[in-house]
Structure formats: C-alpha cells, structure tokens
Ligand binder design. Structure first.
Ligand code: FAD
Length: 933
C-alpha cells in the first residue's frame, strides 16, 4: 500500500466514523473530479457531497485530524484550477443547493452555497428582482463558487461584482470556528488577529488594493480598511476557498429593469472596439461586451443561426436598460451616433437579442475551436482600466506574435476585462516552457498598465505564482499572514493564492491517443484523445435546457449525477487516454459505467460549444471493447433489429401472434436484453415497400421526381407515416418513387458499436442512393434518426466521397416541402399540436424547417425540447427503464398531461412514438399524417 493509499484509507475511515453518508473514493468518482474547467489535473483522494452543514463541519474536522487538504467546489467551472485538490473535494452542488428565503422588502436572498445561480434567479424573478452579477456560466455555476472567485459577468457594469452583492456569510475556519460575517458577530480571535494585521499595513493596503473595478487577483484587502468598515463578508469574495468554507450566503437583490435594448457596433479590429469603450461608457450601459468575429464564424460554420450583424472584424454588444422605453431608445441612438464604429445595428427583437447574448456567453467554449490549433485557457481574464484597453490589446498581440501564438479576444470590455483563448502548444516539446514564458511576460505587461492578472476568474493555479509581479513583497507577505490566521496548516485549497503551486505543475498530460479506430473522427484528425479533450469542462451539459430548445444532456437532467453528464463522461474518457488513474483502456469498468446511461441522443454534438460528441465516442468505445468478444444480448437483437425485422416481416401475422403471447413475449424480451415493462413492436401486415410496389405506374409523368428512402421502422412497423408521406408528396406535385431495394443506414449497429458491419451497410446504401443524388432527385427520409446517419455518421464510417454528396441530397419531409414551389401547408387553424422533435433531428438536421412549416398551418404549436427518453435501443434496454422514464418526465409526459384532450402529438421518431405509447398510451402521429388529412 502506498502512502497515498494509507492516507486515503485513514481519511475515509475518519469521515465514515463521523457519519458522512455521501462520500466516494472510487476510481470513477476521482476521475470525475480530477479537473475543473482548467488545464490542470489534480486527482482527489475522496469526494464528499455534504447533505447538511453538520456534515460540512464533520468533514472539516476529519480533514484537520488527518491533515488532509480540503477543496470546496460548486459546479467546478473555474478556469484557472481553483476547484481541484489532492485531498477531499467537498461538492456543495449535490445536496446543499436550496434557496431558503427571498426577502423582497429587504431585497436579499439567503441560499445554500451550492445553489445554482439560475435557480436563485428564477426565485428572485418571481418577485420582480434579480441577483445582479451574471457570469456566462449562470445556468450552472453556484453562488458559493461565485463568491469563491468573486465572479462578475456581462452586467457587472450595472450591478457590480459578486463581492458588491454579498450581505452576510456563514463560514467555518479550518480550526472549526464558525463565523457569521456581515451579521451579528460573536467575539472571534480570528477576526481580532485579522484586524491587527490590517492595522499594521494600512498604507500598503490603501495604495495597492481596490485601484480599479476588476482588481480580482490576490485577496481584496481594501474591504478590511477601517474606512470600509472592516467588511469581512465582502473580503471573503475572491478568496477561492483558501481561508474558510462557506455554509450559507445572504446576497443582495436588485430590481430588474423592464426595458432593454441592444446596440451592436462593428469595428475594423478588436483593439479599435476597445478604443471606443470610454465613449460608450458615457451612456451608462448595463453591459458593454467585446466579441471577435472569429467566434461568430464558428457558430455559422456549424450551421447555427446568427442574426444580422453590422460590418466589422469585431463588435461591441452594448445593452442599455431602464424603466422608460422611450428614454432608452433615445440613449441607444445617441450612443450609436457617438461611437466611432464602422457600422452599427440596434437590435430590438428580444429573440435576436437572446441569440446574440447566447453566442457571447458561449464565447469560451466556441473560442477553443476558432484557430487551427486548439485554443486553451491559462491566460484568459486579465483586466486593465478601460481607458488602457486598446493599448493592452495591441501590446498583447505583439507578445502573442513574439511567442508564435494566436488568440481570439472577447469579454467584458466595458470593465476592461479581456477573455482570450490562446493556442499554447502544450503537447509539443518545450510547450510548457513556452506557456510559462508567455504567462510571465503577459503578467508583466498587465501589471505595467495598472491591471489585474485576473479580472473575474480568480488566480487558481494558473496565476497565483505570478502575483509578485503585480503586488509588492509587503502585500504578498500580508496574504501569507491572513492565510495563517484562518488556515495555519495550509489545508484549505493548498497551492492557490498563498504558497502557490508552479503554474506549469499539474498540467494535464498529452491529449493524443494513437489507436486504429472504427470511426474516422474527421474533426479531430482521427485522434480519439483529441476528440475527448474537446470537452474543456465549460459545464453547459449541467444546465437546465428546458427553455432553450436544447437536448443536452438528458441523462444528467434525470439523475443529477456528474457521472451521467457529458462533462463527466468526457473526464473519464480523458483519464482513460491518460492511463494513470483509469488503467484498463477501452474495457475499463469506469468507462463503461460512465457511458452506460448515455442515451446517444447527440444533444452535445450541437449544444456543447466545444463540439463534444459523446454518442460518437460511445460507439467507438463499444466497438473497441467488444472487438472479437461476446457482446451484451441487446447488441445482437436490438443492435441488429433491421435484420431481424426483415427476416420476420414476411411472417408478420405469425410473429405478431407470438409477440402477443405473454410467455413468448417474456422470453423474447429476456433474449433481447429488453426490460420486461417494455412493449415489443408489432409488425405491419405487409411492408411499406411491398405496398408501394403494388401501386399502378403512370404511363407518362412529367412531374419532378422525388425518392422516398425507406427506413426499417417505416418499412416493417409503422407504414402509415410512409403512406401519408407518399400522398402528401404527390399532392405537392411530385412524381414519387419509393426505393424498392433495401438500403439500411446501420443506425442500430452504430449505437451498439458494431462498426464494421455498420460500415458495410452504409457503403451499400451510399452506392444505392448516389445515382439519385447525382441525377438531382431529392431524397426524402421519414425516420429522423436514420436520416441523421446519412447526414453525419456516414462520412465518419466510410471514406467514399459519394457519402458527402448523399449527405447533401437527403431531406426531411418538412425541408423538402418548404422548398417546393407553390406548395402551401393545409390550414389547421384551431388545431393544437404538441411536437417532440427527435433528438437526432434537433441535433443534426435542426428543427427550423419543421417549425416554419407547422407555424404556417395556423395551428397552435407547442415545441418540446430535450429527448423523449427512449433514444433507439437505450430506453428499452434492461437497466435503463427508470432513467428513460425520468427523462420523459422532464418535458414530454408533463406536456401531455397538461394538454387539451384534442391535442395532436407529433413525433416523427419511431422511438418517440414508442415511448409515448408505452408510458402514456398515446398514439402520436408523423408529420406526414398531420399534413395528409
Ligand atoms: C465557459 C465559461 C464562462 C465563464 N464566464 C464567466 C464570467 O462571465 N464571469 C465570471 O466571473 N466567471 C466566469 N467563468 C468562471 C466561473 O464559471 C465562475 O467563476 C463561477 O462563478 C464559478 O462557480 P462554480 O460553482 O463553478 O464554482 P467552482 O469552480 O466550483 O469554485 C470556485 C471557487 O470557489 C470555491 N468555493 C466553492 N464553493 C465554496 C464554498 N462553499 N466555500 C468556500 N469556497 C468555495 C472553490 O474552492 C473555488 O476556489 C466562466 C467559466 C467558464 C467555464
């Protein structure tokens, strides 16, 4: 047993002895928490998810007794390595996450530290109030983490930093002393000592601290000055869990302005945009954000919708808000006139505003993909006084060029805070030295401009070592003295702020992994390691996506377990690539446990700003792990369903009889690895292709041709959608051909990782369909998940260039009808429709064409987001039923329960319709059926 193993055993025993219930020292969980959203990798010994303040106290005691380091954690979205640690990681987000009180009169909220910002915001909004600071991670970051880092965000211009909004804090020191800060405080030797340290160095604190709004680096000692009321609660913001552990927070709320307008200003360069900031600040904007055009290009290149933007290589997004609509419109016009922009646009439509703000919010994730080499964090949030911002950006560009680096700037320009992701070649020889060299010079530059190394993310492991470049020796000495008062044994988040770790220690290992793969991983040069390292931990997969029409990540929404999030899975796969902690390669049990509840919904493919694609990684893992080995039963039956369906369909009557016989049904379910609570699909009497083949052929037909490509589900199980589609297309003026040959996309083989056979199938299908595409005949697919294979997976499986052309020649029914000249949707005014887009469609093809078509019918449309929970074989497989139902309960089932009795439910996916039938006994329709009545 190693020394670490012994230490782990001791602390785990101590924690158990003190009654801590939710603790986990498994390899899987340690892998999940081995990094935050930074470049650093520090594997903890054990993770504790406290269920009460008493458990927090007990954990602190256990750590003190055993000398174990303790790192508090919220959502783990810190970018500088602020939320990783070697000993115990205390995750507040799991249980201590409630809003306890909103006091509308006092305008305060009292919350647990693990409360997600968006949850607090929802509660405050219900009372017409808001929590001011809003970091881009507001959908998942926690109030405790915001206080830890002194988070700011786009609207700090109007509402201040987190420190400006802290009213009271309950905190515990490492000695176990409970402090009530900002409220009534009992006598405390800790606070007395702190006061005397401050009293000894008033001059230094008065000259070096609080010099401008975004001086976030180091401890904010200015709040302890006598003239500032020795405000320890405010001082605690930004201490990154190094002084005390927070157990409760009371924060200030403000009124939310009723009107807001957005002004977008275009400039020739980001530095020119920065030069204009002081002029814009004259108009007291709520937000003034910079955005490089290359970030917007990533969205466009990946098929995202971007509202019209003014000309320019960089923009300022300016928000003016207030109670009087006329007044703010006037201010916006004046600001536009005063700006030196090359072009401008006032965005009044709230939907367009929301899209633009979302692109800005996702800047950090998107920016990783802007350059030929992956762009990384490390030097990503320095701030200078706004009037020096243009100079800073120009000098930073010179420095980047000297180091042969590139970076894409954006961020809170109104506050002088610049975000940037830089293409540090960390995996190249000398890469770490170059990283260090650049950071030292960049820190020197910022300090020379009177700036702060961090303007909102905190110092973490990336910048703590650099603090002496910004502060005098006396100030650095003061940090040490303050730390000694609260945490003399250096157990709280060691390596951060005081006695710092080297900025290039604990950087994650090389990302590459060389293996012969089943998939081509075109976007990652065929490198599985590179692919799984797309996830940089931004954590968008932890957010509730119900209001954004997103899909990612249904399993996390259902279980709230980090292991079941896209990020958690990516972490475990990264550890598999690393090989030091997760050692079993493709067959590692940790990897399979993490992937087990992945629905392969493809939600992350479109929703994750870093382009993480877990469905693809899961297929590859299953392919590699079961190569030449016995597979789970479900892979043979469900994973090869089209084959069995084809063989059985001619005997549909007999097969259905068997499927209706209880004993036989149970045996089939068992053999197929299907949960006994699931239905088995009944075969259609006669396949769709046979039915279509019997249609009379018109002797001469000049109408434009269209081909219906028949998927196995439409062919053998639910032919009604196919028949309706044929009728709709004919009435739209097409000469409809139904593909007579079998042309399977191999979807079920892909999701179960049987990639060699999937490749054979897709090669055949591409060869079959290509002549139609070459002849200009549009091809319509009716099952969204099969169509999505042709649109995206096919090119991952085969290098046949025809696959690319086929991907461009296949359409959903809505896509084709929307571009059919003269076609008009039927008038369905008065009809109520709830529509569940198939997750693969939402993620790969998008649902815009369907929505436009449905809206043109005049029907009342309620569009659901997320996944239905079945997702092909996932929901029917044994062991997945509960999660499948829980996912359905997120949106689909409640929507159905709340719907009027005459509501039509639309679901083009065979899975979604099966889920509705199984869980709600509801027969949903395919879009074709709705249009064909
Ligand atoms: C894509 C992206 C965009 C971002 N945008 C912004 C932005 O616009 N503005 C901004 O300010 N930040 C931003 N951040 C940084 C980060 O999201 C914020 O600082 C956020 O507030 C951190 O919250 P968290 O819950 O993830 O905290 P964590 O990362 O878990 O923790 C943050 C710090 O707080 C400490 N901590 C957590 N809980 C406690 C506790 N109970 N007691 C004591 N210490 C505790 C931790 O030890 C750590 O040092 C961004 C990050 C990403 C990945």
């Amino acid at each position: 047993m190693t020394a670490v193993d012994t230490a782990t055993r001791d602390v785990v025993a101590e924690l158990r002895r003190r009654g801590i219930g939710d603790l986990d020292d498994s390899t899987l969980t340690r892998a999940l928490y081995s990094t935050d959203a930074s470049l650093y990798r520090v594997v903890p010994q054990v993770v504790v998810r406290p269920r009460s303040v008493d458990e927090v106290l007990a954990t602190i005691e256990a750590c003190r007794t055993t000398g174990t380091p303790l790192t508090s954690r919220g959502a783990g979205t810190s970018i500088a390595g602020n939320a990783v640690g070697t000993g115990v990681v205390l995750d507040f987000s799991r249980h201590l996450n409630r809003v306890h009180e909103i006091d509308a009169e006092a305008r305060t909220a009292t919350v647990d530290p693990g409360t997600v910002h968006a949850v607090l915001q929802k509660a405050a909004m219900a009372r017409g109030l808001r929590f001011g600071p809003d970091p881009s991670t507001h959908t998942r970051c926690t109030v405790g983490g915001m206080i830890g880092n002194n988070a700011c965000g786009s609207r700090a211009l109007a509402y201040g930093r987190t420190s400006d909004n802290v009213v009271r804090l309950d905190a515990v020191t490492m000695a176990g002393e409970r402090l009530s800060l900002g409220g009534e405080q009992a006598a405390s030797s800790t606070l007395d000592q702190l006061k005397s340290i401050v009293a000894d160095e008033l001059a230094v604190i008065r000259t070096e601290f609080g010099t401008f709004g975004r001086q976030v680096s180091g401890y904010s000692l200015e709040h302890l000055l006598p003239e500032n009321g020795f405000d320890v609660a405010t001082f605690m913001a930004g201490t990154e869990g190094t002084l005390a552990t927070l157990t409760s927070a009371t924060v200030r709320l403000v009124e939310d302005p009723s009107h807001r307008l957005m002004l977008v200003l275009g400039y020739g360069s980001m530095a020119e945009a920065a030069d204009d900031v002081p002029a814009i600040l004259e108009f007291s904007p709520t937000a003034c954000e910079g955005l490089d055009s290359r970030i917007v290009n990533v969205v466009r290149d990946h098929g995202g919708t971007v509202p019209e933007l003014p000309r320019g290589q960089g923009w300022l997004f300016v928000e003016i808000s207030g109670a009087d609509a006329g007044e703010i419109a006037d201010t916006v016009r004046k600001a536009a006139a005063a700006a030196s922009a090359v072009d401008s646009r006032i965005v009044t439509d709230p939907r367009e505003q929301a899209v633009l703000w979302r692109i800005r919010e996702e800047g950090a994730g998107l920016a990783t993909r802007t350059l030929p080499r992956k762009a990384l964090s490390g030097w990503e949030d320095a701030a200078v006084p706004p009037e020096r911002l243009g100079t800073y950006l120009r000098e930073q560009d010179v420095l980047l060029a000297e180091y042969g680096l590139d970076g894409v700037p954006y961020g809170h320009f109104g506050d002088g805070c610049v975000h940037i992701r830089i293409d540090f070649p960390l995996d190249d020889p000398g890469g770490h030295d170059l990283f260090r060299g650049f950071l030292v010079e960049a820190a020197t530059l910022v300090s020379s401009l009177g700036g702060s190394l961090s303007g909102e993310h905190g110092d973490g492991r990336a910048r703590s070592e650099l603090l002496p470049l910004m502060y005098s020796d006396t100030a650095i000495g003061l940090f040490g003295k303050v730390k000694s008062v609260f945490d003399p044994d250096d157990l709280l988040n060691p390596g951060v702020l005081v006695r710092p770790s080297a900025l290039d220690a604990d950087l994650r290992g090389p990302e590459s992994m060389h293996a012969r793969l089943g998939l081509r991983l075109l976007h990652d040069e065929g490198d599985f390691g590179k692919a799984v390292h797309r996830c940089t931990g931004v954590g968008k997969c932890l957010a509730d996506n119900s209001s954004s029409h997103g899909v990612m990540c249904p399993s996390f929404q259902a279980t709230r377990n980090e292991k079941d999030s896209t990020r958690g899975r990516a972490r475990v796969l990264q550890e598999m690539v690393d090989g030091r902690l997760v050692t079993g390669g493709w067959r590692s049990p940790e990897v399979h446990e993490a992937l087990d509840l992945c629905l392969s919904c493809k939600g992350c493919t479109s929703d994750c700003p870093t382009g993480t694609d877990m469905a693809t990684y899961k297929s590859e893992v299953l392919h590699q792990a079961y190569k030449g080995r016995l597979r789970p039963r479900s892979h043979y039956l469900l994973g090869q369903l089209p084959r069995w369906a084809r063989l059985t369909s001619p005997f549909a009557l007999l097969a259905n009889l068997a499927l209706r016989t209880p004993g036989v049904r149970s045996v089939i379910r068992w053999a197929a690895g299907v949960d006994q609570r699931r239905s088995l699909p009944m075969f259609a009497r006669g396949s769709f292709r046979r039915w279509a083949g019997k249609r009379p052929v018109a002797p001469r037909d000049d109408r434009p041709p269209v081909l219906i490509w028949v998927d196995s589900f439409t062919d053998y199980f639910t032919t009604a959608g196919g028949k309706a589609a044929l009728s709709v297309l004919e009435s739209a003026g097409y000469r409809v051909e139904v593909l007579g040959r079998r042309a399977c996309c191999g979807l079920t083989w892909i999701t179960t990782g049987q990639l060699d056979h999937a490749r054979e199938l897709i090669a055949e299908t591409v060869a079959t369909l290509h002549p139609y595409v070459a002849a200009g005949t549009p091809i319509v697919g009716l099952e969204p998940s099969c169509l999505a294979v042709l649109r995206s997976d096919a090119v991952e499986l085969t290098d046949d260039p025809r696959a690319v052309e086929v991907a461009g020649g296949v359409f959903t029914l809505a896509e084709l009808l929307q571009r059919t000249p003269g076609w008009a949707a039927p008038d369905l005014t008065g009809t109520h429709v709830v529509v569940q887009p198939h997750c693969h469609q939402a993620s790969v093809m998008g649902f815009d064409a369907d929505m436009a078509l449905l809206e043109s019918t005049g029907a009342t449309i309620q569009r659901l987001s997320g996944c239905c929970g079945l997702a092909g074989n996932f929901g029917v497989e044994k062991g997945h039923h509960e999660v499948s139902v829980a996912v359905a309960e997120l949106q689909l089932l409640p929507a159905l329960r709340n719907a009027r009795a005459d509501t039509i439910v639309l679901a083009d996916g065979f899975s979604c319709r099966t889920q509705l039938k199984d869980l709600a006994d509801h027969s949903a329709l395919h879009l074709a059926q709705l249009l064909d009545h």
